[in-house]
Design a protein around this ligand. Structure first.
Ligand SMILES: Nc1ncnc2c1ncn2[C@@H]1O[C@H](COP(=O)(O)OP(=O)(O)O)[C@@H](O)[C@H]1O
Ligand SMILES: [Mg+2]
Length: 617
C-alpha cells in the first residue's frame, strides 16, 4: 500500500534487534497459538460426525483415538478432554506471549524515549527558542512509543497470517470450492483498508498537533504559576486550556467515528463472507447426504469446522484491517519521532575537535557578528581580548546585546561561519569539543535556576563527585552556609520547583556555591545581583569577588559601582562595541560610559537625599 512509509517502518523494526531472543520467543509462541486454533474446532466435529452421526473415524484421526474409535462414550470423553486441553494450552500460550510481548514493547519504548530525550538536550538553545517545550514533552511521551507499537504489530500480523494460511489449507482439503469462496472477501477488505488509510492520515497529524498544543498550555501554566496568580488569570488560563483541548476533542471524536465506521464496513464484508460459506456449505452437505456420503464429500461435522475457521479467520482479518487502520496513527507518530531524531543539532563538535584540559582563561573575540533567527545585527563586529585572570566589565542599555555576547563564549549560540571567531587561549572555540569547552566556564545568571531537589544536591550539581565537606566549603565561600544552617533541615532542605522556599538572594548564593564547586577557569556573571536589594547585593558581591580570584571573569553589570575591580570595560550599545578601556580612560573620554556613570551617581544622590529628608521628617 502506498501509504506505508517503508523506511520508517524498517527503521522502527531495527529497534527490536537488541531483543532478538525475546522476539524469537514471541514468534514461536505466535506459531504455537496459530497451530492450536487450527485444532480447536475438531473435537466438536468428532462429536457430530462420529458420535452423533454414524460416520467412521477419519483415517488421519484413527491413530490418535486408538481403540476408542468404535466406542461412542470413549469418543465423547476423548473429545471433551481434547477440547479442554487445547483451550488450556492456548490460554497458557497467550499468557506467556503477553509476558514476552509487554517486555519487548516497554523496553523498546524506553530506548526510543531516552534517545529522544538525549537528542533534544543536544539541540541548541536556538532550537529550544523555536519549539514550545510542551510539544517536546508530548513528542517524547506520547509519540515516542510508536516504534514499539509498530514492532508489536508484527506478532499480531504474523498470527493472523499463519492462522489464515493454515485454516485455508485445511479447508481446501475438506472442500476446495468452499475454501475459495471464503477468500472472495479479501479484495474488498484490501480495498477498504486502502481507502481508509489514505483518508485518515492527514486528520491524525492534525489531531496530534492539537493535543500537543493542549499539553503546551499546561506546561506553560505551571511554569508561569506566579504570574498567573499575581494577575489573577486562573480563569483565563483555564478557558485557554479548555478551548484548545475542545478543538482536539472534537477532532478525536470525528476520527474515532470514522474508525468505528470503518470497522463496521469490515465487519459487514466478513459477515457476507460467512453467510456465503454457510449457504453454499449447507448445500454441499445436503448433496452429499442425498448421494449417501461418497468418500471425500463434506460432512456436517466438517462444515462446523469450516464455519468455525471462517469465524476464526475473519477475526484476525478484521484485526489486521483494524491494525492497519491504527497503524496510520503509528506512522504519524513515527514520522514525528524520527523527525526529531533526524534534526541534526546545529551546534556540534567539529570532526577534528579536541579536548581542552584546563584553559588558562584567555578569551579573544575577533570581528564577531551575530544575529538571532530572523533578526539582524544583534552583535556587530565585536573584537577584544581578555587575558587570563582579567575581570571584564560589560555595560550598556537593556537589549544592547550584552547577554548575547557572553552566551557566545560557551557556544550556546554561534556566529555563522565567516562571521568572526572566538578564541580560547588562542584556539578557535569551534575546534574544542563542546563538553570540554563548557567544562571551562561557570555561569551565574540574573535569575538563579535551581532544581527541585535539596540544597546540597543543587550545589553538588557543579561537580557531581564532590564530597559533603566540599559542598559545605563551597557554600561557605558563597556566603550561603550561615543561612542554610539556620533552616530547620539545613542542607537537606528541599527547594520547590522554582526554588520557592528560599528568597531570591539566598537562591543566588546557592547558585554561586554551585559555580564555586565547578571551579572553572572562566566565569560569566550576567547581572547576578540585579534583582536583589543592596544589602543582599553586598553579601553576594563579596562572595563573587572571592570566586573571581584567578579566573577570567565577564561581569555584566547593572550598577557600575559593582565594577570596581574590572581591568577593562566593554560598553555595548545597539550591538556595537561603543567604547572599550579601563574605567578611568572611559570616564576621561566623556562618552556613553560617562553618561551612564553620571546618571547613576545622580540617582544615588537623589535616593540618599530622599532617605535623608524622610529621616528628618
Ligand atoms: N533568544 C532570542 N531570540 C531572538 N532574539 C533575542 C533572543 N534573546 C535576545 N534577543 C534579542 O537580542 C537583542 C539583545 O539581547 P540581549 O543580549 O539579551 O541584551 P542585553 O543582555 O544587553 O539586555 C535584543 O534585541 C533581544 O530582544
Ligand atoms: Mg541581558
Amino acid at each position: 500500500m502506498s501509504t506505508i512509509p517503508v523506511q520508517s517502518v524498517t527503521r522502527a523494526l531495527r529497534y527490536a534487534l537488541p531483543y532478538k531472543r525475546l522476539a524469537a520467543l514471541s514468534l514461536l509462541l505466535t506459531g504455537l497459538s496459530a497451530l492450536i486454533s487450527i485444532a480447536l474446532p475438531w473435537p466438536l466435529a468428532i462429536v457430530i460426525d462420529n458420535v452423533i452421526g454414524d460416520k467412521p473415524v477419519e483415517p488421519w484421526l484413527a491413530p490418535l483415538v486408538g481403540s476408542l474409535a468404535h466406542n461412542p462414550s470413549g469418543l465423547i470423553i476423548f473429545s471433551v478432554l481434547a477440547g479442554l486441553v487445547l483451550l488450556l494450552i492456548l490460554d497458557a500460550v497467550h499468557v506467556a506471549s503477553n509476558f514476552v510481548n509487554i517486555q519487548i514493547d516497554q523496553k523498546i519504548t524506553l530506548d526510543v524515549r531516552s534517545e529522544l530525550f538525549l537528542h533534544s538536550q543536544k539541540m541548541s538553545l536556538a532550537f529550544h527558542d523555536r519549539r514550545r517545550s510542551g510539544m517536546l514533552i508530548y513528542l517524547i511521551n506520547n509519540q515516542g512509543d510508536a516504534p514499539a507499537g509498530l514492532v508489536m504489530t508484527v506478532p499480531l500480523l504474523a498470527e493472523a497470517a499463519l492462522t489464515l494460511f493454515g485454516m485455508f489449507w485445511v479447508s481446501s482439503k475438506l472442500d476446495p470450492t468452499l475454501a475459495l469462496v471464503s477468500l472472495t472477501v479479501i479484495p474488498f477488505l484490501y480495498w477498504s483498508v486502502g481507502y481508509y488509510a489514505t483518508h485518515i492520515q492527514e486528520r491524525l497529524t492534525r489531531v496530534r498537533a492539537l493535543e500537543g498544543s493542549s499539553l503546551s498550555i499546561i506546561h506553560e501554566a505551571f511554569s508561569m504559576m506566579r504570574v498567573i496568580i499575581a494577575f489573577g488569570r486562573e480563569k483565563h488560563e483555564y478557558s485557554r486550556f479548555r478551548e484548545q483541548t475542545a478543538l482536539a476533542v472534537g477532532e478525536r471524536v470525528k476520527i474515532t467515528v470514522r474508525q468505528t465506521l470503518f470497522s463496521l464496513v469490515v465487519n459487514f464484508i466478513t459477515a457476507i463472507g460467512s453467510a456465503l460459506v454457510l449457504g453454499l456449505g449447507a448445500h454441499h452437505v445436503l448433496e452429499a447426504k442425498r448421494a449417501g456420503y461418497p468418500p471425500g464429500s463434506l460432512s456436517v461435522g466438517q462444515l462446523t469446522v469450516i464455519i468455525a475457521y471462517i469465524a476464526a479467520v475473519y477475526k484476525p482479518l478484521e484485526q489486521i484491517s483494524f491494525t492497519i487502520g491504527s497503524l496510520q496513527d503509528k506512522f504519524v507518530n513515527l514520522k514525528a519521532a524520527f523527525g526529531l531524531l533526524d534534526t541534526p543539532p546545529d551546534i556540534t563538535d567539529a570532526p577534528n575537535a579536541t579536548d581542552i584540559v584546563r584553559a588558562r582563561g584567555g578569551v579573544t573575540f575577533e570581528n564577531v557578528h551575530f544575529n538571532y533567527d530572523g533578526r539582524a545585527g544583534t552583535l556587530k563586529n565585536i573584537s577584544f581580548e581578555a587575558k587570563p585572570g582579567q575581570v571584564i566589565g560589560i555595560v550598556g542599555p537593556t537589549g544592547a546585546g550584552k547577554s548575547t555576547l557572553v552566551s557566545l563564549i560557551p557556544r550556546y549560540y554561534e556566529p555563522q561561519l565567516g562571521q568572526g571567531r572566538i578564541l580560547i587561549d588562542g584556539r578557535d572555540a569551534r575546534g574544542i569539543t563542546l563538553k570540554s569547552l563548557r567544562a571551562q566556564i561557570s555561569v551565574v545568571l540574573q535569575e538563579p535556576l535551581l532544581f527541585s531537589g535539596t540544597i546540597a544536591e543543587n550545589i553538588q550539581y557543579g561537580r557531581l563527585e564532590a564530597t559533603q565537606e566540599e559542598i559545605i566549603a563551597a557554600a561557605k565561600a558563597a556566603n550561603a552556609h550561615d543561612f542554610i544552617e539556620r533552616l530547620p533541615l539545613k542542607y537537606n532542605t528541599i527547594l520547590g520547583e522554582r526554588g520557592a522556599q528560599v528568597s531570591g538572594g539566598e537562591r543566588q548564593r546557592i547558585s554561586v556555591a554551585r559555580a564555586f564547586l565547578k571551579d572553572a577557569p572562566i566565569l560569566i556573571l550576567d547581572e547576578p545581583t540585579s534583582s536583589v536589594d543592596s544589602k543582599t547585593e553586598a553579601v553576594i558581591l563579596e562572595a563573587l569577588e572571592r570566586l573571581m580570584v584567578g579566573r577570567t571573569t565577564f561581569m555584566i553589570a547593572h550598577r557600575l559601582s559593582t565594577l570596581k575591580h574590572a581591568d577593562q570595560v566593554l560598553v555595548i550599545n545597539d550591538g556595537l562595541l561603543a567604547e572599550h578601556g579601563t574605567q578611568d580612560e572611559l570616564l576621561a573620554k566623556g562618552g556613553l560610559y560617562k553618561q551612564l556613570y553620571d546618571a547613576q551617581v545622580a540617582a544615588i544622590r537623589q535616593s540618599k537625599l530622599a532617605t535623608a529628608t524622610a529621616q528628618q521628617v
